[in-house]
Design a binder for this molecule. Sequence first.
Ligand code: SF4
Ligand code: SF4
Length: 178
Amino acid sequence: MMKSTIRKSTYQAIYRLLDLVSPVPFDCGNLCNAACCNCGNDDEDLGIYLLPGEDKLHLHDESWLHWSSEKAEDFDFPDSWKGKVYFVRCKTPPICPREKRPMQCRTFPLTPHIDDNEVLSLVWNDTALPYECPLIEEEFPLDPKFIQATYTCWKHLIRDPLIYDLVKQDSKDRDLEE
Ligand code: SF4
Ligand code: SF4
């Protein structure tokens, strides 16, 4: 796995902070049959990738997860990403140990963006997805506590050069598409 500068204890603190918040004050999975938790179906492409170092929080034999690893170079990750990237898929979505959800689940439906002036913001997740998220489609007002906590966590995470490179690459791609 790639060397991460984010300590396990920092990831734990991030998870704990995000455990306290939710994008909306109701179970939005009822709106869409938990469309974003679809990685348990047969489509192998729908894995959740773990950020560099995030794998330290998860056991490879956890009963609710399938693990796989791929070479970063084989995917559209930044050039600085070299070596193993871990992908996980849930066995019984949308049921999972909530306190163990990976960062990719926790930040959705937002995603971090770094602009040309190096200012970090959160924007709607605009990745081409094989499903529609009603929160994104309707630009549903999200809980400010969720937005604040998620922002704080990304502010810490992008101090890691590899995570910074990922967010910056996605942001540049986004700007080009606009
Ligand atoms: S975040 Fe969006 S896609 Fe996921 S459960 Fe909520 S409404 Fe559905
Ligand atoms: S970890 Fe939980 S929230 Fe994330 S995709 Fe799996 S079942 Fe859904």
